[in-house]
Design a protein around this ligand. Sequence first.
Ligand SMILES: Cc1cc2nc3c(=O)[nH]c(=O)nc-3n(C[C@H](O)[C@H](O)[C@H](O)COP(=O)(O)OP(=O)(O)OC[C@H]3O[C@@H](n4cnc5c(N)ncnc54)[C@H](O)[C@@H]3O)c2cc1C
Length: 329
Amino acid sequence: MGVNVQENIPLKAHTVFKIGGPARFFVEVKSREELVDALRFAGERGLPFFILGAGSNVLVSDKGFDGVFIKNSANRVTINGEKILADAGVMLPYLASEAARAGLSGFEWGVGIPGTVGGSVRGNSGCFGSEMKDVVEAVEVFDVNEAKSPDGRAIEDPRQGRDYKLKAKSCEFGYRDSIFKHSPNFVIISAVLALKKGEPQLIQERMKDLVSRRVDTQDIGAKCAGCIFKNVPWSRKDIDQKALLLRFPVLKKFESAPGISAGFLIDEVGLKGQRIGNAMISRKHANFFINTGDAKAEDVIMLVALVKERVHRKFGILLEEEIQYIGFE
Ligand SMILES: Cc1cc2nc3c(=O)[nH]c(=O)nc-3n(C[C@H](O)[C@H](O)[C@H](O)COP(=O)(O)OP(=O)(O)OC[C@H]3O[C@@H](n4cnc5c(N)ncnc54)[C@H](O)[C@@H]3O)c2cc1C
């Protein structure tokens, strides 16, 4: 086994929220080969696995994860003309700065997202009107489906898995969604981004502007998990745009937007600054929950339930989580 498997490692150290109990086993991998080794370690013991990127969009339970936690730190970046091949463990701000250095435009917005390529492709992350789907050309995947055990997550022998490349249109990208969210046995190995030549000075200025817009609207450096809830697209099957706008004129400002901001709804029900234990709804951005001290996952879960109940009671809208829960089964 070419990887260093550690036992009983507190996961709070590996999430931006700084919340979470221990992983029974923890492995950091830096290549596809190490990843397969780690998956084999899980498979041989019949244990479930979880692939972690930067841990910036997850909530780990207080009891932790009874399986093999695999932190993907593979971080190669290769630039070839207007294409960038990036390992799944590459951080978006680094990738944005490498693109800028090469005079490539179209990924300036990546500078503000504290996640990896793997986590961001899976969630089709984005901001300021751009998303991963606008720049991703193809994704290299390791598919352990064929080797899965009956619980659907543990695998018997990952060497039976397969590598293949998915073109962007096969990734089924949607709002904070992709095929990878529905296929937990697809492990993202790398992605190819297609950008365009740009004016280096303008690229730098755009990045600076996007960073300062974030500073104005978010609690930079706070222990959090980004947006807890997805915005509410008008296209959602249970959302009746006409009826909502008629009943709640305050929502008119979103009439020509793709949907309603979840942060706005939380603010409207008066929950900014609300606290349970050491978890608090940000006063700056109501869709961010802040760990103000040694918050427990339980505190966050109760805050999530409170927000859902209040928003549903007032607007009849059910908010859906953007964050990924780990270890709550
Ligand atoms: C301060 C702050 C600001 C943020 N701003 C934004 C924003 O503007 N826009 C936005 O969209 N998000 C934002 N986020 C949320 C988050 O940064 C993104 O969702 C990011 O893409 C998550 O990447 P990650 O590597 O941290 O994923 P993680 O949190 O580590 O994991 C998220 C999910 O991705 C899966 N995953 C990770 N790597 C792989 C892989 N290689 N293969 C398969 N699955 C994988 C994990 O299993 C998990 O299910 C913000 C978060 C914070 C803390």
